[in-house]
Design a protein around this ligand. Structure first.
Ligand code: DGL
Length: 278
């Protein structure tokens, strides 16, 4: 593994950008290759087997590009396939996502925690193990909010429709006494201001993105894989969907200036394999 190589980051779509922006802030010298599998978004309502196939295919593509580390910046993908890709590619360091139940349990005053994610994340063993390990004596209320993935994919984070959807999803949790709402899907931090507004000031929204970027930094250090400080990191964004549409959503979510300057390229699925678009 070579420290000059890029870090691979994957998600079903634009959700992983919430992790990516923290990585850019904390690790500005790193090159990053981002894969948005927008041909297959959303992952949440799919079977674990189907999501696993996508994640293995994207991981193979990233390995073929010689990345030095992979971040599965998607809770659904991590739930379905983190153990699988670690088994298949034991020499590769792979950082995944799990719902941040631990910090929520530590901070909760009411003993009630709400976990917001998509169906695939709740189906996986990872979720059960996180709750089993960290939520002793807590009331953990889970809630699937698949509409928020579609809102973020449309770059819509605070329209009346977004507010309606957020209200529908979290009101029962807040009424049940939840004082911590865990964002268990990487698309959801883009709706954080709307969620906070609806939940009110007494509720803490737990967003794990910064902690995941810190973990990436630790893994780089453990393997002596950090780029030197005189290197300026470059991000290549790829989408298996329409690259023009990706660039527009990038503008809506992280700002027009970043989107205009972004290096966006196409990737395509063919016979179960992901490769650069011709
Ligand atoms: N960003 C994915 C996650 O963290 C979204 C899931 C989806 O595509 O439905 O779970």
């Amino acid at each position: 593994m070579n420290r000059q190589n890029a870090i691979g980051v994957l998600d079903s779509g634009v959700g992983g950008l919430s992790v990516l922006r923290e990585m850019i802030a904390q690790l500005p010298h790193e090159d990053i290759l981002y894969v948005a599998d927008q041909a297959n978004v959303p992952y949440g309502p799919r079977t674990i087997e189907q999501v696993r196939e996508f994640v293995v295919g994207i991981t193979r593509f990233l390995m073929a590009q010689d990345v030095k580390l992979i971040v599965v910046a998607c809770n659904a993908a991590s739930a379905a396939a983190l153990y699988t890709v670690r088994d298949l590619f034991p020499a590769m360091s792979i950082v995944g996502m799990e719902p941040a139940v631990k910090p929520a349990a530590e901070q909760s005053q009411t003993g009630v925690i709400g976990v917001l994610a998509t169906q695939a994340t709740f189906q996986g063993e990872l979720y059960a193990s996180v709750v089993g390990r960290f939520a002793h004596g807590m009331q953990v209320e889970k809630r699937a909010c698949p509409e928020w993935v579609l809102l973020a994919e449309a770059g819509d984070t605070n329209s009346p429709a977004a507010y309606d959807s957020v209200r529908r999803c979290i009101t029962p949790l807040v009424e049940a006494g939840a004082d911590q709402l865990v964002l268990g899907c990487t698309h959801f931090p883009f709706l954080k201001a709307t969620i906070q507004d609806v939940a009110g000031p007494g509720v803490t929204i737990v967003d794990p993105s910064a902690a995941v970027a810190r973990q990436v930094g630790r893994v780089l250090d453990d393997h002596d894989l950090r780029q030197p400080d005189d290197h300026t990191g470059h991000v290549i964004y790829t989408s298996s969907g329409e690259t023009g549409a990706f660039q527009r959503v990038l503008g809506a979510l992280v700002g027009a200036q970043i989107a205009d300057a972004a290096d966006v390229r196409g990737v395509r699925w063919e016979n179960g394999q992901l490769d650069w678009a011709k």
